[in-house]
Design a protein around this ligand. Sequence first.
Ligand SMILES: [Zn+2]
Length: 341
Amino acid sequence: MLEELKKIEQQALAALKGIEDEAALESWRVAHLGRSSPLMEAFKSLGKLSKEERPAVGQRANQVKLALEAALEERAEALKQAALSASLASERLDVTLPGRALPRGGLHPVTQTLRRITAIFAQMGFQVYRSRDVETDEYNFQLLNFPPHHPARDMQDTFHTTVPDVLLRTHTSPGQIHAMREYAPEPIRVILPGMCYRYEQINTRSEIQFTQVEGLAVGKNITFGDLKGTLADFARRFFGPQVRSRFRASYFPFTEPSAEMDIECFVCGGEGCSVCKGTGWLEILGSGMVHPTVLRNGGYDPEIYTGFAFGMGPERLTMLWYRIEDIRYFWQNDLRFLEQF
Ligand SMILES: [Zn+2]
C-alpha cells in the first residue's frame, strides 16, 4: 500500500510538469486530487486495512495529499506569473510617448483687441453696455443730432432694410441714447462695443462691417479735462507707458467741442515712417463733449449735467499694433493669417 502511494505521488508530480495553462491544471486537479482520483480511492480503502497497517498508511496518504496540493498551488502561481509577463510584453505601453494634441481654436485678433480695450476701461470703472445692431433712423441719426438731410450723414453710407426707417447701425453711438434713457438722471460710465455696418466700397482700409467701441461718461462737473485724462491714460495702458498723445479739433454732430486723438507713432517714435506716413502721429479715435441736444434727448438737463464720449475702431488699433496692411484679412477666414495671433 505504501508502494502504491509512492507511485501515485510520482505519477501526479510528473504529470504536473507538462502543464502550461489553467485549463490543463484544472484537469490535473480533478484527476489527481478529485473525488475519484487514485489518492482518494486509497483513502477510502483505509478502512479495509488491518489496525496495525492503518496509521502508517493513513499518515503517508496525508503526506501525499499535502505534497500534491502544495505542488498544485506552486504551479498555479507560476502560470499566473507567466501570463502576467506575457501580457506585459505583448501590451507594452510607452508612457514617455507624447500625447495626441487636440486642435485648439483661438480668439480672433479683433476680439483680442476688444477684450484688451474692455479690460482697460473696466479698470477705470466703465461698464459694458450692449445695444442692438438693427436700429431706427431716429436712434442712429436724429437723436444724435443728425437731422434728415444733414450733410454729416453722407459720411455714413447706410444699409437700409425693407422696413422704412429701420437700418443697420452705422456706428455704436445709438447705444449712447439707449444707455442715457435707461440710467437718467444717474451718472453713467459705459463702453459700448459692437458691430457696425456701412455701405462702402471694400478696399484695404474699409469694410462693410467692422467693430467699434464707444465710450460715454455723463454726470455733474465732467469736463474736457476728464476726457483728455481718461483717453490719454487709455493710450498709455494700451500702447505703453511712454506713449504721448495729442488732440486735434474736429467735428461730429453729437459732440461739441469735438476732437480727434492722435498718439505718437510707436513704430518710429515720432521720427516719421511709412506707418504714420511721415507725420510721426497716428490717429486712433474721435471724441468730444456730449452735445447739449444729445444730453436732452437722453433725458439729462444740459444745464446740470455734462458728459464726454469717444469712439474707436478695434480693427484700426489691431492693424496699427500688428502692422497689418489690409483690413480685408479680418473677414477672409484664412487660417494662415488668423493663426498668427
Ligand atoms: Zn511712424
